[in-house]
Ligand binder design. Structure first.
Ligand SMILES: *Cc1c(COP(=O)(O)O)cnc(C)c1O
Length: 645
């Protein structure tokens, strides 16, 4: 956990940054600050070395992949697979659970080829399978290199087409199980089965009385969109049996939602499902797999509480409760133990990627720069000047109150036509400079005097970030989900600015103004002052689950550049699968704008201009060429800052 508070007089070090950004609380040991103030990813243990994120960004920039850029760290996928399977194996050992545990990755959490392939590669030795929620996801899964025995679970609403794809997968020797979510799907299985070469395995999703917790609570419980009620369960099993498909029923499934914040909810659901399993076993349904779904959460804010952005349990506790609960109920009911399957998606992918972007500037409603426009200012301005010079830690409250008075006086004089615009500019600048100083003194006080709490919000900066929240952090605007935000360099310098973040879309929801904190949510983040002529890069962390797949093309900002970054055995950094983000032509194309038609449109304008003699020789071609080349550019803001050193 965070270091104890160091005294104010101590020199600022990377240790301070580590505790300011609470790296150790939410980072699972994967993130660290290097001595030079750069943020780094550490896929293995301390001795194994780390990947310098700032250097990686610089390298990619030199290859033409400027920010925003999404860095994927496949080794973190690997580490999470190991951690999940390890937890279940330890639990099986501790509770003497004889049957294996099988991880299944639900592809909807992140369908990116690099993620799915990575998980399959590292999960191979543990029999990791895939879960598809649609025919398209299943078609993708069939073509991937899944070991024969690994599970291929089909969820989501099914139509004859989706079921036909599943039957084809079964014919190809895949261990495919179609999970019945609704009775009408059984109708379709019964209709389709006679035509299939191979009938896939059948699973049953039960609606539990138990519900999840947190933002995704609706996915469980009686009102959930999915699952069979107890009566439906009995009826559908009997229909399948009469059709001679009883033997095919091999899996019982439940899923009470994602990011379950309380372990109690998981325990209750597992026990309820285990009871249903046991009763069905006793009734002669030979179910082999008990699939406990997803829901294993990530502690995004590092508070280890049942707050929405956190979870009040760890991976080992989760695995222990699942294994112990199933074990105990099977013992009580004297039925064979099932193979335990879980569909953790968030936990496996959440840590693996970081979105890095550059800060383009700062917005503030207040000018505090020292520019005096009027060399012989009126009395009210002179008064403000004296306050600005004389304010100290001892008198700041009184002086600030005086400044408020002079400011009002100044506005009233201006309204009556007795001040020039230059005087008003001087007065406003002086006032905000006084406020800035007063705020700095107030912050040092044990408690913030009331009149300063509003001021704090006024003085807060807004940093403009070269990204689209809608494309890259959709859950932040849709669900208020919080992600840790950390500068990727300068972590050896004290962050003296407080800022919220705005994106470059023209939507006022495109803002990040809630940040993780130990007990609360803060509305501004400690960041560094921007230095003119220098890039400032910040990273959004733990964005590997769902964010890649739910984004939208608001303002036609498209997919960002991506790269896989790995730590080689010799400690060097290796880049793989550099994938350029969308260019304007592509995001326009997504919405049906044909580039050729657009170009013709421009040419038509040029033709008319040419006819009217408005174009110089060769200009028609050069403008047209310019237009088409602009269609090939990255949709985000281009380089503006030239590094001065
Ligand atoms: C979304 C989903 C999951 C994944 O849940 P996580 O909480 O991300 O692990 C698993 N199973 C089903 C059926 C799902 O719909």
């Amino acid at each position: 956990m965070g270091k104890s508070k160091l005294a104010k007089t101590d020199r600022y070090t990377v240790e301070h940054s580590r505790s300011t950004y609470r790296l150790n609380a939410w980072g699972q040991g994967y993130f660290k600050v290097l001595a030079d103030g750069h943020l780094a990813v550490q896929p293995g243990d301390e001795a194994g070395g780390s990947i310098d994120i700032f250097n990686a960004v610089q390298h990619l920039r030199s290859e033409g992949f400027r920010t925003p850029v999404l860095l994927r760290f496949p080794q973190l996928l690997e580490a999470q697979v190991r951690s999940l399977v390890g937890a279940f194996r330890r639990a099986a050992k501790e509770f003497d659970y004889p049957e294996p545990y099988l991880p299944v990755y639900p592809v909807k959490v992140n369908q990116q080829s690099s993620v799915v392939r990575g998980l399959l590669e590292y999960g191979r030795q543990y029999g990791l399978g895939l879960e598809a929620g649609s025919s398209a996801e299943l078609l993708g899964a069939i073509g991937l290199d899944i070991p024969r025995g690994s599970l291929l679970i089909c969820n989501g609403y099914k139509d004859p087409d989706y079921l036909g794809t599943a039957a084809m997968a079964a014919r190809l020797g895949r261990n495919v199980i179609v999970v019945v979510e609704k009775p009408f799907e059984v109708d379709q299985i019964l209709e389709g089965a006679p035509d299939w070469d191979t009938v896939p395995g059948i699973g049953l999703r039960v609606k539990l009385q138990a519900r999840g917790s947190g933002l995704w609570e609706k996915s469980g419980g009686f009102t959930s969109k999915f699952g069979l009620t107890t009566l439906q369960l009995i009826q559908e099993i009997s229909r399948l049996k009469s059709a001679g498909l009883g033997e095919k029923i091999s899996l019982l499934h439940f899923h009470i939602g994602s990011q379950i914040t309380q372990i109690r909810k998981i325990k209750t659901a597992v026990r309820e499902a285990a009871r249903v399993y046991a009763k069905l076993r006793k009734a002669g349904v030979a179910i082999r797999y008990l699939d406990v779904g997803g829901g294993l959460g990530i502690d995004y804010d590092g508070s280890r509480t049942s707050a929405d952005g956190s979870v009040n349990y760890g991976i080992q506790e989760y695995a222990n409760d699942v294994v112990f609960g199933i074990h105990e109920i099977c013992d009580e009911e004297e039925v064979p133990y099932p193979v335990i399957v879980s569909e953790s998606g968030r936990m496996l992918t959440g840590y693996h990627s970081i979105l890095v972007t550059d800060v383009r500037g700062s917005l503030s409603g207040t000018d505090t720069v020292k520019v005096r426009l009027d060399p012989e200012p009126p009395q009210v301005i002179t008064n403000l000047m004296e306050i600005e010079e004389g304010i100290t830690v001892k008198n700041y409250r009184e002086y600030y109150h005086d400044a408020l008075e002079y400011r009002d006086q100044m506005y009233s004089l201006f309204d009556h036509g007795m001040l020039e615009l230059a005087d008003k500019a001087d007065g406003e600048t002086l006032f905000w400079s006084i406020a800035d100083k007063a705020m700095a003194y107030a912050r040092r006080a044990r408690y913030l005097p009331e009149e300063f709490s509003d001021l704090k919000t006024r003085l807060r900066k807004k940093y403009i970030c070269n990204l689209s929240v809608f494309q890259s952090l959709p859950d932040h605007f849709a669900l208020d989900q919080l992600f840790p935000v950390v500068p990727v360099h300068r972590l050896d310098e004290e962050p003296t600015a407080l800022a919220s973040l705005v994106d470059i879309t023209c939507d006022s929801d495109g803002e990040v103004d809630k940040f993780i904190d130990l007990r609360d949510i803060k509305d501004a983040l400690e960041l560094h002052e921007l230095i003119p002529g220098k890039q400032y890069y910040i990273g959004f962390l733990l964005v590997g689950a769902y964010q890649d797949t739910m984004g939208c093309h608001h303002n036609l900002f498209g997919r960002v550049h991506e790269a896989e970054v790995l730590l080689a055995e010799d400690g060097s950094t290796v880049f793989r699968n550099l994938r350029p983000g969308h260019v304007a032509r592509e995001t326009l194309g997504i919405f049906g704008h044909d580039p050729a038609t657009l170009t013709t449109g421009v040419d038509r304008i040029l033709e008319e201009m040419e006819r009217n003699g408005d174009l110089a020789g060769g200009e028609r071609d050069s403008i047209l060429e310019d237009y088409t080349s602009r269609l090939e550019r990255y949709t985000y803001l281009g380089e503006s800052v030239r590094e001065t050193s």
